[in-house]
Design a protein around this ligand. Sequence first.
Ligand code: NAI
Ligand code: MG
Length: 361
Amino acid sequence: RLYRVAAIPGDGIGVDVTEAAIQVLNKLAEVNGTFAFEFTTFDWSSKKYCERGQYMQEDWNAQLKKHDAIYFGAVGWPDIPDHISLWQMILPIRQQMNQYVNVRPTRILRGTEAPLAQLREKPGDLDWIIVRENSEGEYAGQGGTTHGHTKHAMATEVAIFSYVGIERIMRFAFETAKARPKKQLTMVTKSNAQRHGMVLWDQVFYEVAKDYEGVVTHDKMLVDAMTVRMVNRPESLDTIVATNLHADILSDLAAALAGSIGIAPSSNLDPTRSCPSMFEPIHGSAPDIAGKGIANPVGAFWSAAEMVRWLGRGELDETADDFMRAIENVTGDPQTRTRDMGGRADTKGVTEAVCREIEKM
Ligand code: NAI
Ligand code: MG
């Protein structure tokens, strides 16, 4: 089976880690022998934006749809306001490719130093899947500004929540929870202060929960209290569902609790499979270390493993698990850790080590 993947390295370390991910994915396919990848690289980046005023080409939508999946590095560069880079690339792709689910698994990989003592002793206490609503809510892009750039300026930022949008993310979250050993879902909201959209979010959650009575246990948290619970009682959580903004923030906290932003993966999924899904590490372009060849490629590799799982539709789960074991054999060895994990290895060294582990599979 040939999988056609659109690769968008983007900016900064996005370029380094995407190149590394392509290398290990090709190695994985070579060793496995039952599938292969055909990568098409798109040079959509902040540099292109400076040259031609646009990140992506006019026909980007049709181009991406020719692929089975999209692999994304990172976008954003100091010269360009971040709302421009986000709204010219990553957000239109998520929204127009129907990627209404963003899945962010978090656990403590071997070799990572968790900041909490509890987790250093019992790394298994943190094993979460954060399911983020990825198409509407606070990132719907609705609103406006009057009297901009004056002291009379007023701006609105309107969050949009639809029944359809909430129901589909809740169903996905319950199914995700059901497939895991703990079968437990925590829903995050802020319905005490935000009395319209968040109240609808709660209502739809309880409606969908009726279909999982006796199968998935569930509870509700306010987002502020949730940050405390994540830090103080990480073992009490399993699958988490939250809005676009809340899950964005909570998943960065999760990544930090797990030891490094450089290891965390994310999948932007179209569960209907009518459009290609997109896989990307959660970190950004890291201008402070860009071009030095020292970025941690582990988040990119984990995202690649999730891509393999998705493309295989159940048939490549074992391959993805083996791939994760290969990654953890590398993070478990102090010689092959990058600086953010307390080691001295560079991107190339970690990539080659993972390829060697894959060859042993
Ligand atoms: P960042 O994730 O790029 O960097 C935060 C810190 O973590 C930096 O000190 C960086 O060196 C370190 N770091 C991140 N990934 C690392 C890795 N793989 N290995 C080692 N260290 C790593 O976040 P920041 O600095 O807030 O944003 C930089 C740019 O990236 C901005 O333009 C921002 O908008 C963009 N960004 C893009 C995202 C995306 O494309 N999905 C996500 C987050 C930020
Ligand atoms: Mg974020």
